[in-house]
Ligand binder design. Structure first.
Ligand SMILES: *Cc1c(COP(=O)(O)O)cnc(C)c1O
Length: 403
């Protein structure tokens, strides 16, 4: 099997009559799936708080969907988007995002995997064209992306879709055939990645239920970071439709999307737009936005602003990593879990005795952008110590007695 050969995609039975625009060109098998899902316990205040509330905490590791270049949630969407690009006979892909965009990095690498050329528009305040090689940018450049920059002001005025459209037109005029992917890959096609993700999760829950398995999980809450809305659309719609059928016996878990850049109203509206694009048929013909609001809560989690971290958020990401060995990212997953936990603590009765799944969406390369903020506390807590091999009396004495 070659990476650029699409396999047919058969939507899960629970959505066939409810999502009328399934993917037409199949799916590429680019991600390492299923991603692991398991329970986490620990001793830090995070786990103590959950413990006093009798909450079971699970994590689903979509940070491990691929290697450093592919990992994270975007590759699930790209399995469908790039299948479409190939079916249309395109030779180039254009997408857009922030300077440290995980989406652009994953798109660039996946694009190369299937023999297409990556063109990235990056939003940056850097005055010159030299963006450097920090974090995601190193991966963008390693795979040979053509990088174009615009200012946040230009991005706001012209709009991301229009910027993608113009660069596609420019490349087409040079004899290329470009495929445009919107911010985050979040449209009616890309979001199928998380319909598929929900199906995967349901199988994992089903397996945990099997008689030979000791862990019967019934989830009450699913939480994850929300940036461009595609993950939220796939998870919320997928959970709503799957649990609406007789296929799943349990009560549907509540879906919590934690917005890290825009306000909740923006996301309800945007996710409703994706739902409409996917051809959502609501049960009683209610508008898509009413459906979305019924099946998902969007929380305000942007804190100081997109990609801006508070010391508390970074300290949380550090202590979580030190306790669990799992590295969240500062821009999405870390900020989201930090803010979601505040919500849990402020609404103890809602979460008392429940099972919560946190869907880790990746992004650890973003930590390189925060090194200056992380360094002092990490060096203080975990200093490097010099080995003293010759008994000089400084450092950690590993000298051996002379024989
Ligand atoms: C893009 C991204 C998200 C947000 O997903 P959307 O589908 O864009 O809402 C969350 N976490 C990480 C690490 C991401 O890169």
């Amino acid at each position: 099997m070659l990476p650029h050969q699409a396999v047919p995609y058969v939507p899960p039975p629970w959505c066939t009559n409810r999502l009328l625009n399934p993917p037409q060109h199949g799916r590429l098998l680019l991600a390492n799936l299923p991603t692991p899902m398991y329970q986490l316990t620990g001793r830090t205040s995070f786990f103590q708080t959950l413990g006093t509330m009798n909450v079971n905490f699970y994590i689903k590791r979509d940070d491990s969907t691929g290697g450093v270049e592919l990992g994270g949630n975007k590759i699930r969407k790209l399995e469908f988007l790039l299948a479409d690009a190939l079916a249309q006979g395109c030779d180039s892909v254009v997408t857009i995002g922030g300077e440290q965009s995980n989406h652009c990095r994953a798109t660039a690498a996946a694009t190369r995997m299937v023999g297409l050329e990556p063109h990235l528009i990056l939003r940056t305040r850097q005055p010159d064209d030299d963006l450097g090689l920090v974090g995601n940018l190193l991966m963008d450049r390693m795979v040979g992306s053509s990088i174009y920059t615009c200012t946040p002001g230009e991005y706001g005025r012209v709009g991301s879709n229009e910027l993608v459209r113009r660069l596609c037109a420019h490349l087409d005029s040079k004899g290329r055939k470009a495929y445009g992917i919107p911010v985050g890959g979040s449209n009616g096609l890309g979001s199928w990645g998380y319909i598929n993700g929900v199906n995967e999760l349901l199988h994992q829950l089903e397996q945990a239920k099997a008689p030979e398995s000791s862990s019967n999980i019934s989830l009450e809450h699913i939480a994850f970071a929300c940036g461009s809305g595609g993950t939220a659309a796939g998870v919320a719609i997928g959970i709503a439709l799957a649990y609406a059928t007789k296929a799943v016996q349990d009560k549907a878990p509540m879906v919590h999307a934690i917005g890290v850049c825009d306000d909740p109203d923006y996301f309800y509206n945007y996710v409703a737009g994706i739902a409409t694009e996917m051809g959502l048929v609501t049960e009683h013909g209610e508008p898509a936005e009413a459906f979305v609001r019924q099946h998902m809560v969007v929380h305000q989690g942007k804190g100081l602003g997109y990609a801006v971290s508070t010391p508390e958020e970074l300290a949380f990401v550090s202590s979580f990593a030190q306790e669990t060995g799992i590295v969240l990212d500062p821009v999405y997953s870390g900020k989201a879990l930090y803010n979601f936990m505040k919500h849990v603590e402020q609404n103890k009765s809602t979460f008392q005795g429940s099972s919560i799944l946190f869907w880790h969406t990746g992004g650890a390369l973003g930590l390189y952008d925060k090194i200056i903020d992380l360094l002092p506390s990490l060096v203080r807590a975990f200093p490097c110590r010099r080995l003293d091999l010759y008994g000089k009396g400084t450092g950690v004495d590993l000298s051996e007695p002379e024989t």
